[in-house]
Design a protein around this ligand. Structure first.
Ligand SMILES: *Cc1c(COP(=O)(O)O)cnc(C)c1O
Length: 440
């Protein structure tokens, strides 16, 4: 399969190149030339398939030109080794829980799949070094996703004192092929060091450097799996149609749903829900796309002022604004509204939402209340993180202590291992070169 750039100024790429390069030279985004449709039979019988079987069929349809089916089976079984159940919150409204993976957020799907696909494409004996700067969530998903994957070394940079205690434990307690570097500086300093490393000739010659950021095409594929799987579960409950609502920041997760739709999954409507960072909802009303500096909110994983996957939304609708507008409703909420939703839903149903998922619930609820929705249609909002990841925000709002899941408790109990460095490129480079010599 050929992958082209949304800006159409860069050379087309193979899957392997798109995967390892991440971004085309023209700063567009890679897209597959064709998105295969799944056969009607697949949808007729979807409720009989397991989550892993669905993931396998979807991946096989998209990647079979480049990866043998038995390898796809292995990659998928290993990447999708936890569930994504739907849970009824109120009549006709379901939470799609995407937080049952190792770091308790949906980014586990993308990171685990990307790691295994990269490992498959590495030649025998070839080594790859992933460098990531993180403000928290992406880094922990990448750390867990790549942990123990053969041939791949990971270095994660994070700003000292600026990630939550749980996030820091998730970043720094893996050991093995995952190294954490604590930078005396800000997230922007971490990003600058990573950028400089990619531009450094000596590092490029010594280390096979790659990034693992959220625009990588391989992260979108697994983010479509759970849309299909949610539909399968709804069918088992007797529903025939579905509306999806995705709390969004960089809009990668929503792209996953749109890919599923292009592959033949019938979706009545999409809702894109954000916090005060409302660039896309405003665009959907005005056709004016105006990136802005990001605003800090309590749903901080969605604090994005210039959503990086935005061009893909249009591309998935043949670059036609009217079609996109027709298919997607954009909504946004303030922190106060988000807190009100978390409290109201907990008081009425005992269901606990993280701030991101609360935005998804409210956007969906408002839409369902306003439109004429038939009894056979269910609304599904994506619960992108476990509430315990945002315990400082959730507990005071619902006035209840949260239980810490076992898999998180294990991480909290492990010793932290990180190297403390100044935000200085020379020192960082020396560290990287010494690390590599030590691990060869
Ligand atoms: C990353 C993230 C989001 C936003 O997802 P996008 O794909 O960037 O739109 C929402 N919620 C949580 C908890 C996240 O970690």
């Amino acid at each position: 399969m050929i992958y082209y750039s949304t800006k159409r100024q860069a050379e087309e790429a193979s899957l392997k190149k798109a995967l390892f390069k991440g971004l085309p030279e023209d700063n567009g985004l890679y897209m597959p030339e064709k998105i295969a449709k799944l056969p009607q039979e697949f949808f007729d019988n979807i409720e009989k398939l397991s989550f892993q079987d669905i993931a396998y069929e979807v991946t096989n349809a998209l990647l079979s030109e480049d990866v043998p089916s038995e390898e796809i089976r292995k990659i998928v079984d290993d990447a999708v080794n936890f569930d994504a159940p739907i849970v009824k919150v109120v009549d006709q409204i379901y939470s799609l829980e995407l937080f049952h993976g190792p770091t308790l957020a949906f980014k586990d799907f993308g990171a685990r799949f990307m790691a295994r696909l990269m490992s498959y494409f590495l030649d025998k004996g070839e080594k790859l070094h992933i460098l990531v700067a993180t403000s928290g969530d992406t880094g922990s998903a990448v750390a867990q996703g790549f942990f123990g994957v053969e041939g791949i070394q990971v270095t994660i940079l994070y700003p000292k004192g600026k990630v939550s205690p749980i996030q820091e434990q998730q970043l720094t307690t893996n050991g093995g092929n995952i190294k954490a570097v604590e930078i005396e500086g800000t997230f922007d300093d971490c990003q600058r060091l990573v950028k400089e490393a990619f531009l450094d000739k000596e590092l490029a010659e010594t280390l096979n450097l790659t990034s693992a950021n959220s625009i990588n095409i391989s992260r979108l594929i697994p983010q479509s799996f759970y849309y299909f799987n949610a539909f399968a579960q709804l069918k088992r409950e007797g529903f025939k149609k579905v509306i999806f609502c995705t709390p969004s920041g960089n809009f990668g997760n929503l792209c996953g749903g749109m890919i599923a739709n292009r592959m033949g999954l019938k979706v009545e409507h999409f809702i894109a829900a954000t916090n005060a960072n409302k660039v896309v909802p405003v665009y959907l009303r005005t056709e004016i796309f105006q990136p802005r500096p990001s605003l800090a909110t309590i749903s901080n994983a969605m604090d994005v002022g210039n959503p990086s996957n935005f061009p893909r939304l249009l591309e998935l609708h043949n670059n036609d604004f009217e079609t996109l507008k027709e298919r997607v409703t954009g909504t946004y909420f303030t922190d106060e509204e988000t807190r009100d939703t978390m409290k109201e839903v907990y008081d009425q149903t005992k269901y606990i939402l993280c701030p991101h998922s609360a935005i998804g619930y409210q956007a969906l609820k408002d839409y369902m209340d306003k439109e004429e929705i038939g009894k056979k249609t269910a609304g599904v909002f994506l619960s992108t993180a476990h509430p315990v990841k945002f315990v400082e925000i959730v507990e005071p709002v619902i006035n209840k202590k949260l239980e810490i899941p076992q898999r998180l408790q294990e991480i909290i109990d492990r010793p932290k291992k990180a190297t403390l460095l100044e935000a200085d490129f020379k020192k960082f480079k020396k560290y990287l070169l010494a690390e590599v010599t030590a691990t060869v």
